[in-house]
Design a protein around this ligand. Structure first.
Ligand code: AMP
Ligand code: MG
Length: 348
């Protein structure tokens, strides 16, 4: 399939380009588009055949449900059977924005979208291109991240091009995504609101509005409530070691690992904070990528997937990543990195 990549203005998206995207979606095809979190791979959420193409293009496991994107509350109302008061509060405070709500679905939502679950994941994005596209089609758009399954999520049009070229007819490219990590997934279907995946809206922000908020933290033999969380995700090709703790010690340990990697003739990439960069530079890694300042987790979040993907592009065989402090967006960043590292994460 021939893939077209159209530049689109992120603030005032050109009407004719949105229209072209909507035409493809109405024809049951897939369109990749930017959101404030990461790029999405969209299909008509009410068309099971169109949604099946998402799983095929991504190589996504069938048991991993899709997030449905809406552009207003009335569109959401058609998909949700029972709204809870917690859900209403979330809509008031955080929509449009990087918060996905888990709520009981109506019969309108095809089973393939929820992987057979009774609840649907639903979100109103704030990116003008995403909102404009949903409005133009007139139906909700199911969209997971527009990467091949298991790869780091795409936060630039070029990332989507790399993964989806030849598989979908259209990519809308509006440059870099602002948030850079995926939405927070929050179960508000009943009981204490529970974060199933940390993301763009922090636990602290949610607690301010909702009071008590739990985090789904399944132990090794338990199944996470967001099916996608059980997969090793966000992973670059090389082996990834996450090192966190006191900065002096982290820098020293990473230096040792660079030396060990080089002794084994491996190409070693380093992803670190601005504060550690000059120290790590002295150990001459094959790639040094600065994620941002340790004091600005937002910066680190928005550069994270670009850094991981660059390691793939430059064929790094060992990737050392400096962890950042938990809390706020830092928790979302560390969650992605821990998944990418698998068991290879060291806190020193
Ligand atoms: P992605 O769109 O690829 O960023 O992934 C969406 C995340 O939301 C995955 O971890 C899914 O498992 C989770 N999710 C989507 N729908 C549901 C649902 N109905 N119930 C629980 N988790 C869901
Ligand atoms: Mg994803």
């Amino acid at each position: 399939m021939l893939t077209k990549r159209s530049s689109i203005d992120r603030v005032r998206p050109e009407a004719e380009i949105l229209k072209e995207g909507a035409e493809w979606l109405k024809a049951g095809e897939l369109v990749a588009f930017p959101t404030e979190t990461v790029y999405g791979l969209g299909a008509n959420a009410l068309d099971a055949f169109a949604c099946a193409k998402i799983f095929e293009a991504k190589g996504r496991p069938q048991d991993n449900p899709l997030i449905v994107h809406v552009c207003n509350r009335s569109m959401a109302n058609r998909l949700v059977k029972d709204w809870t008061s917690a859900a209403d509060l979330c809509v008031q405070h955080f929509w449009p924005g990087p918060l996905t709500l888990i709520l009981p679905k109506t019969a309108l939502v095809p089973d393939i979208v929820t992987a057979g679950l009774e609840n649907v994941a639903i979100r109103m994005p704030s990116h003008p291109v995403a909102l404009g596209l949903i409005k133009e089609t007139g139906f909700p758009i199911a969209a997971p991240s527009a990467n091949l399954s298991g790869k780091p999520s795409p936060t630039r049009g070029s990332h989507v091009w790399r993964d989806m070229k030849g598989k979908i007819p259209l990519i809308l490219d509006a440059g870099a995504c602002e948030v850079g990590v995926e939405s927070t997934v929050l179960d508000v279907s009943g009981g204490v609101p529970t974060i199933l995946r940390p993301g763009g809206i922090t636990k602290e922000q949610l607690e301010e509005v909702l009071g008590e908020v739990r985090v789904d933290a399944p132990s090794e033999n338990q199944i996470p409530r967001a099916p996608g969380m059980k997969y090793r995700h966000y992973a670059p090709q090389g082996e990834l070691i996450l090192v966190s703790g006191l900065r002096e010690r982290v820098v020293q340990r990473m230096g040792q690992e660079i030396q060990k990697g080089h002794a084994r003739l491996k190409r070693v990439g380093v992803l670190c904070t601005f504060e550690s960069a000059s120290f790590l530079h002295n150990w001459t890694p094959d790639l040094l990528f600065v994620l941002g300042s340790k004091d600005r987790p937002q910066e680190v979040a928005s550069n994270l997937f670009e850094g991981l993907r660059l390691c793939d592009d430059r064929r790094m065989e060992l990737i050392l990543v400096e962890g950042i402090e938990e809390g706020g967006l830092g928790s979302a960043v560390m969650n992605r990195l821990e998944k990418a590292a698998g068991k290879r994460s060291q806190h020193i």
